[in-house]
Design a protein. Structure first.
Length: 548
């Protein structure tokens, strides 16, 4: 198993370039779909929207009613269901072709979702499971309930699979229950996914379950530490899903875990496969208001984007990742190139210490990418970028203003560069009244003339080694990270000055010994000999001479 925990808690407010944003008046949780070159999505404002994927310009909007569940393509049209019991068909111009109100005709009060095969639409509700034909007529009611909670359905060729309480059921078009599988806890928001002869679904027992579609036999489970509300993605022989424990899991379809990635809060979205900067990734949205791109192979978090609301199910389309959020916006981020800022963290309070800005970057064109960094409204300056990581240094006294400061980064490569309106940013709060920190300098022992020795430089606040320090003596300066190597050609006592941005200058005294015999050591040796001779005279020789 490969764990991918290292980067996850460090990334903050990172963006690939935002291509466009479209704002609605309600939360956008469901996965957008592509239909005839348009991005179609529902909003909790009671409308379905069609957006141009290139620029985010609205093509049309259609009022459908309270809280649409999802949109899907069936019979060359757009369909949506709403929680208050409606199923609607919309053409490519945004015109309603028909509306079926199951609240009025079937007395349902909650519709949980819809799914279609080649012939029919299956609808799960608190009063039963219905089959709807292409013309909006109820073909049949294949299961009846009394105010039950169901999952959204998954339609097979001539059957449907859905969860109800702690039962997962397969029922055919004639209403014949073909099997039921039972769990200790309930199924809820995770929609069953049918693939390769198996049905996959998450449960409130903290487990992802896999069943044989043919007979309902449970073939494996994967245990997590919290509820699984995420609908799984099955792709290229693997299954990907999130958990309320904040983790994203990748496993083979035989149930062997391949990797686990840790996020900050619950992951309830359905993952989406895509490309970020030429790397195959899995996109997931989190309740921490972030969208993540995880390496498909290892689970390493290679990019993270943030919004002002919990992120909905993502869609990858034409070099962009498109997703809604509870802030009411649909976001489209470029995936050709992207950078992230790993340190400092959002809202960090900084004094006068040098800020080491670090991050990750991805580029579709490969090794020619440059990372440019800007502080506030200053000029873009190049950072030091190597092998997917970059670093840039900020002198707060010269480059920051008191209060909030914005650090931005963007990628430039042979294929182009990131363009606004937003870039990767992190905001830090600069407090210039914070006292300068102390430098702690130590030297290696037994320093000899003409031989190199090390000056170790640490932060007096937390003891951490310091980079980019300057050690000087006799007008000569030496630079280094964590320690500085110095050679002093002549023996003697020297005073070394240590400087570092944001720290008080420090001075240490070192004694450089001669490569010959140290005079002090020689003196001590002579004294020892004298003492020894005196003892010999007193105890032995004096007595002998006195007897004679």
């Amino acid at each position: 198993m490969k764990n991918a925990f290292a980067l996850i808690l460090l990334l903050s407010l990172s963006y690939a370039a935002v291509i466009w944003e479209f704002n609605s008046d309600g939360a956008i949780n469901s996965k957008p779909v592509i239909y005839q070159g348009m991005v179609i999505f529902p909003s909790d404002d009671g409308k379905v929207y069609a957006i141009n994927p290139v620029n985010g310009v609205k093509k049309w909007q259609t009022v459908v009613g309270k809280e649409p569940n999802e949109v899907f393509v069936f019979d060359n049209s757009i369909f949506t269901s709403t929680t208050n019991g409606k199923l609607l068909r919309i053409n490519n111009a945004g015109n309603l072709q028909w509306t079926l109100d199951l609240n009025k005709t079937q007395n349902i009060t909650r519709l949980y979702g819809a799914s279609a095969n080649d012939k029919y639409i299956f609808v799960t509700s608190d009063r039963g499971v219905f089959i709807i034909d292409k013309n909006g007529s109820v073909k049949s009611k294949i299961a009846s309930f009394n105010e039950s909670i169901l999952t959204p359905p998954a339609a097979g060729p001539d059957y449907v699979v859905y969860g109800k309480g702690n039962e997962l059921t397969r029922i055919n078009e004639n209403g014949v229950v073909q099997w039921k599988a039972h769990t200790e806890q309930s199924f809820w928001l995770s929609r069953p996914v049918i693939s390769g002869g198996n049905a996959y679904i998450g449960n409130l027992d903290n487990q992802m379950h896999a069943y044989l579609v043919s007979n309902g036999l449970e073939i494996w489970t994967i245990k997590t530490k919290d509820w699984i509300l995420s609908t799984p993605l099955v792709k290229d022989g693997n299954i990907y899903f999130g958990s309320n424990d904040g983790t994203v899991y990748a496993a083979s379809t035989s149930g062997q875990i391949r990797w686990i990635a840790q996020t900050q809060l619950a992951v309830q979205t359905q993952p989406e496969a895509g490309i970020m900067g030429g790397t195959e990734v899995i996109f997931v949205g989190g309740n921490d208001k972030s969208i993540y791109a995880l390496s498909k192979d290892s689970g390493e978090i290679v990019w993270k984007g943030s919004t002002s609301g919990v992120v909905g199910d993502p869609l990858f389309y034409q070099n962009s990742v498109i997703f809604g959020s509870q802030d009411g916006a649909l976001h489209a981020y470029s995936t050709e190139r992207a950078c992230s800022i790993t340190t400092p963290n959002e809202a960090d309070v900084v004094g006068l210490k040098e800020i080491v800005v670090k991050g990750k970057y991805l580029s579709q064109t490969g090794g020619d990418a440059k990372v440019l960094v800007k502080v506030n409204s200053g000029e873009w300056e190049e950072g030091n970028a190597t092998d997917g990581s970059w670093v840039y240094y900020i002198d707060p006294e010269k480059m920051l203003v008191p209060g909030i400061n914005t650090i931005s980064c963007k990628i430039v490569d042979s294929g182009g560069e990131e363009s606004g309106p937003k870039f990767t940013t992190v905001d830090v709060n600069h407090d210039p009244t914070i006292a300068l920190s102390q430098i702690v300098g130590t030297v290696s022992p037994n320093i000899l003339e003409g031989e190199p020795f090390s000056v170790f430089v640490n932060d007096g606040d937390d003891g951490s080694p310091l980079d980019r320090v300057v050690v000087s003596f006799d007008g000569r300066g030496y630079k280094g990270d964590k320690n500085v190597s110095i050679t002093i050609p002549q023996a003697g006592t020297y005073h070394l000055s240590i400087k570092k941005i944001g720290f008080k200058d420090a001075t240490i005294t070192v004694n450089v010994n001669s490569r010959g015999v140290n005079p002090i050591v020689l003196l001590i040796g002579v004294l020892l000999i004298v003492v020894i001779l005196q003892q010999i005279w007193t105890r032995f020789l004096k007595q002998r001479f006195s007897k004679r």
